[in-house]
Design a protein around this ligand. Structure first.
Ligand code: SF4
Length: 680
């Protein structure tokens, strides 16, 4: 029997037809009826079938190094969390979760922490991925709404990619972009590196890292001077601070913007002219924008241009944040971030009271909790005394991962629920809980364009593995909240999520799942992919109190000059055929062929100056740590900058441990760490 499900990897959210061919084998094909991919799959999705074996799986609960029964492990987790809260208060415990969780898993974890433990110390690795987009959307629109859909790409005449190697990181979206360009649309790529995506663009602006606000403010000023602002849209639907336009003018003329961004005046002018002349423009942005110490401002600089020119809410005219993980968006919808509540609500008193009523919750979190970087800092300071990590590997992926490891080692109680037995983070756990993997559990995911799809089980979970929602609700019940967590199956959780999205929602909030699978189990089982929210902002109404969007004044911060001891700037990112810390892609031999080892990409001039030979070894050092890489000289790099991949770990390599290198600093608004420009 063929099962309709979705891919395990990225935020494109491709539909898959999975046909079991044995006890642990499956044939994978693209689902021609899924709107995200229409039957296509990239290399990672295509080879998913190679990753469903049981090598390295965690199959039983473990207390220390000893196998334990589920009852014993769950009782211990519940007791240690309860005791820690009783002695030190709800702020002394935390969950660190993941965009790999399904929406139902996320919902239950969020409910337990925010409504019953009474703290908002639940954050997610999505903080590392797109929280600047969340903050930017909330500032501009009043709610974290992605207005665009993939269909907008098909209708665009100009596609602008900012900080996104889409050809590698969102390959199926890129195929769609390419098809549109073959039909005549123009492609502009804004990225310090000449990536595979940039190499195919009509125009590549290899700007100085971190100068995106200058670039976008310059574009806004250019559009105003060219007379292409949408005066009627601005008057009817957009508010701005009084001095907004005067401040935009402070960005300077074309020449000074080109200087700030380190691009030629001719290239800059070409981009600005193209944008000004093309009403149907989609600007897609990703980690190059979000993973910055000024990520939120960069998001708003992009959104400002689209609002001011009326390039929003129309087919082919949108700003479009593309997400990294398979369910970063589902997490946003249920409030999986420490800074959001549930169903796109913030922590206003009114929203807290509304959610508390709905959940009949005893102790609502009073305020936002610790965001990821702060959470691990407080773990290191001893303020967090019990931590539960679900489906993620912060000992590898957090910035300054060496300090995160020290913090984990000193925490009195660490729980890790994971699919794999041996992970860098699992090595610090007092209790490890075996989670069901992709292909073994049921639930929903939301992709970058708000399409919600069912992920469906193909196999029975092996050993004693259980779905994450089940593990969390069993702990909640043992902590004393039996009725509130009386879920028997994911459909029960989905129905509650649907009801919460509509509960006392008078239409002020765009996020609503009214009529979406809130009925019986059969309706949930048969759920077809759907996109919520229609075409947001098509009517010019935004989910702010006055219905108007906001232009946000953002300014280019001075970019630091290279330091004497740290003269290079380190950038990090993904490879085409690997995913996160390779727990899954590392199982597929064909995927390893693309990049067999971690490379440090360096400009030939820098390599010559530093005495590095192509193919030799180099140790990359930052104030936080160091690691070894194979040298790849390439003039696709700007001089003075390095690029390294994020995927390798203690378990896969003696080098390439990139998490050790970045600073534990974050955007002050979104809390998203800046991975793109570490002095090195
Ligand atoms: Fe999977 Fe993303 Fe590739 Fe689609 S583009 S097949 S979701 S990894």
């Amino acid at each position: 029997m063929t099962i309709r499900t979705t891919c395990a990897y990225c935020g494109v959210g491709c539909g898959i037809l999975a046909t079991p061919t044995g006890a642990r084998s499956v044939r994978i094909e693209g689902d021609p009826d899924h709107p995200a991919n229409r039957g296509r799959l990239c290399s990672k999705g295509t080879h998913l079938g190679e990753t469903v074996g049981l090598d390295g799986r965690l199959l039983h609960p473990m207390i220390g190094q000893k196998r334990a029964s589920w009852d014993k492990a769950l009782d211990l987790v519940a007791r240690r969390f309860r005791d820690t809260i009783a002695r030190h208060g709800p702020g002394s415990v935390a969950f660190y979760v993941s965009g790999q969780l399904l929406t139902e898993d996320y919902y239950v974890a969020n409910k337990l922490m925010k409504g019953f433990i009474g703290s908002a110390n639940i954050d997610t690795n999505s903080r590392l991925c797109m929280s600047s987009a969340v903050a930017g959307h909330s500032r501009a629109f009043g709610e974290d709404v992605v207005p665009a859909s993939y269909d907008d790409i098909d209708a665009a005449d100009l596609i602008v990619l900012v900080g996104s190697n889409t050809a590698w990181c969102h390959p199926i979206v890129y195929q769609r972009i390419r098809a549109r360009c073959e039909a005549g649309a123009k492609l502009v790529v804004i990225d310090p590196r000449r990536t595979e995506t940039a190499a195919e663009a009509d125009l590549h602006l290899a700007l100085r890292p971190g100068s995106d606000v200058a670039l976008m403010n310059g574009l806004l000023a250019w559009c105003r001077d060219a007379g292409v602002l949408d005066a009627a849209f601005l008057a009817d639907h957009v508010s701005a601070p009084e001095d907004f336009w005067a401040r935009v003018a402070e960005g300077g003329d074309l020449w000074s913007v080109a200087q700030s961004c380190d691009v030629t005046v001719a290239d800059l002018r070409r981009f600005y002219d193209l944008f000004a002349a093309t009403p149907r423009t989609v600007t897609l942005f990703s980690q190059g924008i979000n993973q910055s110490l000024t990520g939120t401002d960069q998001v708003n600089a992009i959104v400002n241009v689209h609002l001011a020119t009326g390039r929003i809410g129309k087919p082919g005219a949108q700003p479009f944040s593309i997400t990294g993980q398979p369910n970063a968006m589902g997490g946003r919808e249920v409030g999986g971030l420490a800074s959001t509540l549930a169903a796109h609500m913030d922590f206003s008193d009114e929203n807290r009271a509304r959610v508390q009523r709905f959940w009949a919750a005893p102790t609502m979190a009073a305020k936002p909790g610790l965001k990821a970087v702060d959470l691990f800092r407080e773990l290191g300071n001893g303020r967090i005394k019990a931590l539960w990590v679900m489906a993620t590997n912060p000992a590898v992926s957090m910035p300054d991962a060496g300090a995160v490891r020290d913090a984990l080692a000193n925490c009195p109680f660490v729980v890790v629920s994971d699919v794999m037995a041996e992970t860098d983070t699992g090595g610090f756990a007092h209790v490890r809980l075996p989670a069901a993997a992709w292909g073994e559990k049921d639930g929903t995911v939301t992709n970058s364009d708000r399409t919600i799809s069912r992920q469906r089980a193909i196999f029975v979970p092996p050993g004693e593995a259980r779905p994450d929602w089940w593990i969390v609700k069993e702990v909640a019940r043992r902590m004393g909240w039996k009725t509130a967590f009386a879920y028997d199956r994911p459909a029960d959780i989905w129905r509650e999520h649907v009801r919460l999205s509509t509960y006392q929602n008078d239409g002020a909030r765009l996020f609503s799942l009214a009529g979406r699978g809130g009925g019986g189990n059969a309706e949930y089982d048969a759920m077809a992919p759907f996109r919520w929210g229609g075409q947001p902002f098509a009517d010019g109404r935004f989910p702010t109190p006055d219905g108007r969007a906001r232009l946000v004044s953002v300014f280019q911060k001075p970019l630091p000059a290279p330091l004497r001891d740290w003269p290079l700037t380190l950038n990090t990112g993904r490879y085409r055929d690997h995913w996160h810390s390779m727990t899954r892609t590392g199982l597929a031999p064909k995927l390893a062929r693309h990049r067999a080892e971690p490379l440090v990409e360096v400009h030939p001039d820098d390599a010559a100056r530093l005495g590095l030979a192509d193919g030799g070894l180099a140790r990359v050092r930052t104030p936080q740590g160091d690691s070894l890489y194979r040298v790849c000289t390439s003039d696709a790099q700007r001089s003075g900058e390095l690029f390294v991949p994020i995927h390798w770990t203690d378990h896969t390599s003696s080098g390439g441990r990139t998490g050790l290198l970045p600073r534990p600093l974050a955007d002050p608004i979104s809390g998203q760490p800046g991975f793109k420009s570490t002095p090195a």
